[in-house]
Design a protein around this ligand. Structure first.
Ligand SMILES: Cc1cc2nc3c(=O)[nH]c(=O)nc-3n(C[C@H](O)[C@H](O)[C@H](O)COP(=O)(O)OP(=O)(O)OC[C@H]3O[C@@H](n4cnc5c(N)ncnc54)[C@H](O)[C@@H]3O)c2cc1C
Length: 492
């Protein structure tokens, strides 16, 4: 049986960033997730997509340590992996003079955390020039030029692709049941597919990291879900905010934000509600109304554009009882590393946390870390016909006519892009959506879903009724009409 050097549990942004970091070394690394695809199972697929500057995390905390560092690593990483990313900067906005003090506190915190170039803009005219749709009631803003926006699921997919290119193996649809420990040492993981031996186990299981940790005998923390709900608007409203616009933070969250997405939509949310069910990603009327009220303080009149909302969704923050990220390697059990309680700003922090995990492995002498001579840091994005200059698009279509067949009218996605996404590992409708944006536009898949389904069935060599939205149990067409009629006849 193959013995892995490292088994990473969880293929969200944290697990994929760790996998990519460890792929720089001569190690046998395995990335495991219970879901059918990368970033399907947790917070990585449903968050605000902001690369935070790092001014609001308590100085001295792990969040304050990893957020500004992660922020500084993303621009190069995004370039190497061709991940959509924009360094837009961000604003924290206040509406009366007394609250300017809060901005000063945040600025001071930011300086302590090592955040560069923070500035308080206390000039209504300049604010209006920089954000023409911002409420005229805004009196000042903390400007964080290093903040940015990214596509979180595309980032995780790109990190996983590059890790695989550099030798990391990926087991999907594999649920880790427990960490096996003998005589104070990690031996591997028991999974739904049997035992997998590994010398080091990294627990990056998001909301379930407390349960995994308990099986390894480390049980001093718990994780509970904190829900955040969103409205996402059509691209026609993308211009209403040029950068993420925050109110001042609350004790439990960064507040309801109005932000452009890196793809050009407008996103408003999230609220913050503590719940008990780790799978409850439903949205509520009450929550969505709260989001709308919060956004309207920043952009007055936004309520008028309800008809341009294309989707509501919710994500669950993995809120640890310690209130801080838990990034620790233990002496007992030796070989076990927790990367748990990765709440916000976990997306931003992921590349810095990944480096810290590699450093812990070296410092604790869990494994010998030798750099590979042939690490390839680059990954090519799927070609997007709609973003190419016409001459380039024509050349591609001549070589591969499937790139000339547009199957998603809203986002202008071609059949060639869908086929390439399948070649890279997409097996479901959502896997195609996250890789190509087919189904993310105005009609939310009304036009393209059937084409995507047909292409998936053809390319994967499976019947259409076996194609799923996001894994077993989410088949779009459970059976053919013929079969239904036959069942009906047999029953009568
Ligand atoms: C509403 C909201 C807004 C946010 N906004 C931002 C933001 O703007 N900027 C920012 O920096 N951060 C933000 N965050 C935080 C960020 O999204 C998370 O910190 C980050 O996505 C966590 O990634 P992860 O990989 O640790 O966890 P996850 O993405 O939850 O991944 C965990 C993975 O583990 C897998 N798993 C779980 N149990 C098992 C098991 N037993 N066996 C195998 N696999 C298992 C799951 O399937 C899942 O894929 C936000 C979070 C939320 C919820």
């Amino acid at each position: 049986m193959k013995i892995y050097d490292v088994a990473i549990i969880g293929a969200g942004i944290t697990g994929t960033a760790i996998a990519r970091e460890l792929s720089k070394y001569k190690l046998k690394t395995l990335l495991i997730d219970k879901e059918v695809d990368i970033a399907f199972g947790g917070a990585t697929k449903a968050n605000t997509g902001i690369i935070h500057a790092g001014y609001d995390d308590p100085p001295g905390s792990n969040r304050a340590k990893y957020c500004p560092k992660g922020n500084s690593l993303w621009p190069k990483l995004a370039k190497e992996l061709e991940i959509p990313f924009k360094q837009t900067s961000s604003f924290v906005v206040v509406f009366n003079e007394e609250d300017v003090k809060e901005l000063e506190n945040l600025l001071e915190r930011g300086r302590k955390n090592g955040v560069p170039r923070l500035e308080i803009i206390h000039d209504k005219k300049r604010l209006a020039q920089m954000e023409p749709h911002l409420s005229p009631r805004a009196v000042a803003a903390l400007w964080a030029p290093t903040a940015g926006i990214i596509s979180p699921y595309e980032a995780a997919i790109a990190l996983a692709e590059n890790a695989r290119e550099n030798g990391v193996e990926i087991f999907l649809e594999t649920r880790v049941e427990r960490v096996k420990v003998e005589n104070g040492e990690v031996k591997g993981v028991e999974t739904s597919r049997g035992f997998i031996p590994a010398k080091v186990v990294v627990n990056a299981a998001g909301l379930y990291a407390d349960e995994i940790s308990r099986t390894a005998g480390v049980d001093y923390f718990t994780i509970h879900p904190r829900k955040g709900e969103y409205h996402i608007y059509d691209k026609r409203l993308g211009h209403l905010a040029r950068r993420p616009l925050f109110p001042t933070p609350t004790p439990i969250s960064k507040g309801i934000v109005v932000t452009p997405t890196v793809e050009g939509n407008l996103l408003i949310g999230p609220n913050a509600r503590d719940i008990s069910d780790k799978e409850d990603t439903s949205t509520t009327r009450e929550g969505l109304d709260e989001v709308m009220r919060g956004a309207a303080k920043l952009i007055p009149g936004i309520e008028k554009y309800r008809r341009l909302i294309i989707r509501n969704f919710a994500g669950l923050r993995a809120e640890p009882s310690t209130r801080d990220f838990i990034v620790e390697a233990y002496d007992d059990p030796r070989g076990f590393i927790n990367v748990a309680g990765i709440r916000s700003p976990g997306l931003t922090s992921a590349p810095a946390i990944a480096q810290a995990v590699a450093e812990m492995i070296a410092e604790k002498e869990l494994l010998k870390l030798q750099k590979k001579e042939k690490f390839n840091p680059y990954r090519k994005a799927i070609p997007r016909v709609v973003e190419m200059p016409p001459s380039e698009a024509n050349k591609l279509i001549k070589e591969k006519p499937e790139y000339g067949h547009i199957i998603c009218r809203c986002e202008h996605v071609s059949e060639g892009e869908v086929i390439e996404a399948i070649r890279r590992g997409a097996k479901t409708i959502d896997g195609i959506k996250f890789r190509t944006r087919a189904g993310m536009g105005r009609c939310q898949g009304g036009f393209c879903t059937y084409y995507v389904l047909k292409i998936l069935a053809r390319e994967l060599g499976v019947p259409e009724e076996k194609v799923t939205k996001r894994g077993k149990g989410s088949e779009l067409f459970p059976y053919k009409i013929k079969e239904l009629v036959r069942r009906d006849e047999n029953a009568s």
